[in-house]
Design a protein around this ligand. Sequence first.
Ligand code: NI
Length: 181
Amino acid sequence: MILPIVVYGSPVLRSENAEIDANHPDTKKLIADMFATMYAAEGVGLAAPQVGRNVRLFVVDVTPWADEEPELADFRRAFINPVIHWSSDEESLYNEGCLSLPNLHEDVSRPVTIRMRYLDENFEPHDEEFTGRPARVIQHEYDHLEGKVFTDLLSPLRRTLIKSKLAGFSKGKYKAAYRTK
Ligand code: NI
């Protein structure tokens, strides 16, 4: 089921997100719905608060980049209760966007490599290193679980320059090619 995507300005994107218990009945369904919603919006990552669910879960599918990076050909995953416990000092800039901030793109600096503990969709624990584009998408989605969005990471000057655009999201002044709320 395709769910509407919550747009910037909603308190849902700033709320605390609870860990998911393995006995939680609808986790599989939520994960399937989040993948469907992400694909419908042509995104590469989606976090649960973006579909109005304040739980620590996000999905990532970076296979659209497999043309350039063949090792990403099967990188389609769900991450539950993730904890980033190491980040590289080395950072890189990347032009990011977010389904909750339609048509806004800004260069964001982030660590190139991270290590993260998480549960997969079968609630199996992992501790894994990610680098390059997967690390980029994972950090972006992880921020959503911390109540942050990518524009929070911009310089004060840059944020001032996009202030009216950000204010416009709350007032419904945006166009999205997918269902929002
Ligand atoms: Ni986002």
